[in-house]
Design a protein around this ligand. Structure first.
Ligand code: AMP
Ligand code: ZN
Length: 470
């Protein structure tokens, strides 16, 4: 498979350290609020990547952290702790907030058919690992203590800026927000490994450490959690594009300093979902959630379909019109699958493979889901039996996870349920016709209400009476 690598800025043939096995790490959510649909774009694309690797024969070990401590308002070391902000906002404890939003995150993932990684590890469960790592970095001379905190010394590395497209101005975020820089830092890019003193409201959760009662910085969690489960080498590391700097840059700095060798050769980043007014952001407090889409009548699958229609390395603009278009395209696709379901004959294996070839080629070329969906549309036009087409679609949907066959079957049985109108309803409809004929409108209305109470709706049209299930 060819996969773009943010480190080399080229598409590379994806290789793993151990043949047939992928150790894949995903930066997980900061659980101080609901995930917005932008965050979920990143998780959808990582999910497709994992499923494509599995479908290509790899045994995938996927690890995800849950950030429940240490992530400050800016991705540098300034601002309040995000978890504490969430707790204050909702008058709850940090642990209550973490539990609630972790559950909410996985509930949203389930609605979007995002598989839960094999390993999910909250940061607060690994404090000893962080303390050990920070001690080792101090011992090796890569860290220093200042003003009660422990910092990583970026000047100790031959090369700190590992990604070309880092944005150094991000370091100025705190300054822009009117927050003073941290004068304890020896170099501008140094970052906190362990806090015992913050200028901001103190963390609720603190742990004993050799440097005093405190809590970990944000970046150390991903290095330690990855090494805890994957050992000294990772094959693939994923996240949203904003993670490149400083988070992933700092993860590499710490990990390689700890290990004394290269750590992860391949970095996968998903571009942002933007609204017409800019990036969707949790900290701004104005964002769209899966529940909100559902409240507005959208199927979460329509959102997944919307994401898959574009390439992960392009920014995606969210508008309601775009989502409407995706929803109607998704429904049309399901309607095209429905008539294929009746064919119970055996699929033709060779023909199925031929239908799958362009799909696989698109996915193997830097996870081109947009082209893969074109290959899916081409199945409908192909000269093959309906059963063969269904078998190819089922195979594609192992990676796309759009519930294609399930939704088509459900639409089919809804339709047949609609056709089977119970005799009792038909009798009431008949009585209502009589009442209307006799101009007894009070009785006709009462009968309509009775029918509605039984879950059916009637509409008199020029063509006759339409009876539908509510
Ligand atoms: P967070 O919960 O803020 O730590 O973010 C969770 C994931 O969502 C990270 O991988 C981010 O890089 C990613 N992310 C944040 N904002 C967006 C966005 N607007 N579009 C896509 N991904 C995003
Ligand atoms: Zn991370």
């Amino acid at each position: 498979m060819l996969l773009y690598n943010s480190l080399s800025r080229t598409k590379e043939t994806f290789r793993t350290a151990e043949l047939g096995k992928v150790k894949m790490y995903t930066c997980g959510p900061t659980v101080y609020h609901f995930a917005h649909i932008g965050n979920l774009r990143t998780y959808i694309m990582e999910d497709v990547l994992e499923k494509h690797l599995s479908a290509s024969g790899y045994d995938v070990l996927r690890i995800m952290n849950i950030t429940d401590v240490g992530h400050l308002t800016s991705d540098g070391d300034t601002g309040d702790d995000k978890m504490l902000k969430g707790a204050k906002r909702e008058h709850k404890t940090v642990m209550e907030i973490a539990k609630f939003y972790t559950d909410a995150f996985f509930a949203d993932c389930a609605k979007l058919n995002i598989k839960t990684p094999e390993i999910v590890q909250p940061a607060t469960g690994c404090i000893d690992d962080f303390i050990q790592a920070v001690s080792k970095l101090l011992e090796k001379g890569y860290a220093y203590e200042a003003g009660g905190n422990v910092y990583f010394d970026t000047s100790k590395l031959d090369q700190y800026y590992r990604f070309h497209d880092f944005k150094e101005e991000d370091l100025e975020v705190g300054v822009r927000e009117g927050v003073e820089g941290d004068s304890n830092k020896r170099n501008k890019a140094d970052f906190v490994l362990w806090f015992t003193k913050s200028k901001f409201d103190d963390q609720e959760l603190k742990w004993e450490s050799p440097w005093g009662l405190g809590y970990p910085g944000w970046h150390i969690e991903c290095s330690c959690i990855s090494m805890k489960y994957a050992g000294e080498y990772l094959d693939l590391h994923c996240g949203g594009i904003d993670n490149v700097f400083p988070h992933h840059t700092n993860e590499i700095a710490q990990s390689e300093a700890l290990l004394g060798h290269a750590w992860c050769p391949h970095w996968f980043h998903v571009l942002h979902l933007n609204t017409s007014s800019g990036k969707m952001s949790k900290s701004k407090g104005e964002f769209l959630t899966v529940s909100l889409l559902e409240e507005k009548g959208y199927d979460p699958m329509a959102y997944r379909f919307f994401c898959l229609q574009s390439h992960y390395r392009k920014s995606l603009v969210f508008t309601w019109e775009n989502l409407d278009n995706a929803q109607s395209a998704y429904k049309k696709m399901i309607a095209k699958i429905r008539p294929l379901l009746a064919d119970q004959s055996a699929p033709d294996a060779a023909q199925k493979d031929a239908l799958l070839a362009p799909f696989r080629e698109a996915m193997d070329n830097d996870l081109n889901t947009a082209l893969a969906i074109t290959a899916l549309y081409d199945v409908f036009k192909a000269d093959a039996s309906a059963a063969t087409k269904c078998a190819a679609i089922a195979e594609m949907d192992k990676e796309l996870s759009l519930n294609l066959l399930e939704a088509a079957k459900a639409a089919d049985s809804e339709q047949s349920a609609e056709q089977e109108i119970p005799a009792e309803i038909l009798e009431l409809v008949e009585q209502r016709k009589e009442a209307r004929k006799a101009k007894d409108f009070a009785k006709a209305d009462a009968l309509r209400d009775q029918i509605a109470a039984l879950g059916w709706e009637i509409r008199e049209t020029r063509a006759g009476t339409e009876i539908t299930k509510k």
